[in-house]
Design a protein around this ligand. Structure first.
Ligand code: SF4
Length: 324
């Protein structure tokens, strides 16, 4: 799912922080999910803000719509096959939104007028957009002919030999289909548009991450990875090979080593890109004239006095990043 480590209530399930609705205690990285791995590769400082400092982020109408649409696509399979119609699916939207709102009351701020009153028209438009995404799904897949083996499946496995206690990989797979032959298909819904082929690496990395975890858990390489883009009406499939998943595992080990080193030294580099425009943390980012909050974890004694700046040999952290 877009919010790869959140359940249908939008709650963070990976224990790594993530876009938190309210400040929570700082902590050490405990595991790696596809979204947090992507954060670190995009910008190590962003990873620090999300996982270690656990700075709050503003709710997003698009991400919240994605959570509600995912919940509807999951719930629809509770109904008998013949009743899985577009009308039944869109009829689930208001209830799933209400459930999410009850779990995360702060989302109400997405639909407020400037004077603070509830903006019913804005909410109605948002639900209509969600309905269009749900209806588009029926042009891509036929839920009457599908019987998923798993929906919103929480997966977790430990890669031994990566660090002292191994590397825990975890995430939530939107749907797992199992053919009579035993072949496994991993399906992920995206509420955005399909990127051009040359920009699909990030999405495929997430899918290969899940494929690696499912392989480790079930002892069989998934036959197919399938991305369903509801925003543009595209389906992208990929059949992974064992060697590719082993390469992903090596990459994740290197990533985890780089994260461990940065955690230990406090050396979290900003890596500005065009995506900074969507970053909630510009006010505390040195690239935008800000100052990060004091590092909340202990630093090695000889370097404790350097807590306000990079404490590690720059080349060492950078070298590990370059190797990822
Ligand atoms: S603004 Fe850009 S460089 Fe700064 S933390 Fe966010 S993503 Fe990283």
């Amino acid at each position: 799912m877009d919010t790869a480590t959140q359940n249908s209530a939008g709650q963070d399930m990976d224990g790594e922080g993530g876009p938190a609705p309210a400040p929570v205690a700082a902590g050490r990285p405990a595991a790696l999910s596809p979204s947090r791995a992507a954060d670190f590769m995009r910008c190590p400082l962003l990873y620090r803000f999300r996982v270690i400092d656990r700075l709050p982020e503003k709710p997003s109408a698009a991400a919240t719509r994605g959570t509600v649409v995912h919940a509807v696509l999951e719930r629809l399979f509770d109904a008998p096959a013949a009743e899985r119609t577009p009308a039944a699916a869109t009829g689930l939207l208001p209830g799933e939104w209400e459930k999410l709102l009850a779990a995360r009351p702060e989302l109400a701020e997405l639909f407020l007028r400037e004077d603070g009153s509830h903006d019913a028209e804005s909410l109605a438009r948002w639900l209509e957009e969600a309905a269009r995404l749900v209806e588009r799904w029926f042009t891509l897949e036929d839920p009457m002919r599908l019987e998923p083996a798993e929906r919103e499946l929480y997966v977790e496995t430990v890669i031994e030999g990566a660090g002292e206690s191994g590397l825990t990989l975890r995430g939530i797979v939107d749907r797992v289909d199992v053919a009579p032959t035993g072949d496994v298909r991993i399906v992920d819904y995206k509420t955005g548009k399909a990127p051009a082929p040359q920009f699909r690496a990030d999405a495929l990395f997430q899918m290969k991450f899940y494929a690696l975890v499912v392989w480790r858990l079930r002892g069989r390489v998934p036959r197919r990875l399938q991305l369903v883009y509801l925003g543009s009406g595209d389906v992208v499939t990929y059949d992974p090979a064992e060697a590719e998943l082993l390469a992903v595992e090596r990459k994740l080990r290197a990533l985890w080593e780089a994260i461990a080193l940065a955690t230990e030294t406090g050396d979290w580099r900003p890596r500005p890109t065009k995506l900074c425009g969507w970053c909630d943390h510009q006010a505390v980012c040195p690239e935008f004239g800000g100052t990060p909050p004091p590092y909340p974890l202990p630093l090695p004694a000889p370097r404790a006095a350097e807590a306000d700046g990079p404490a590690a040999p720059a080349t060492e952290v950078q070298g590990r990043m370059d190797a990822v």
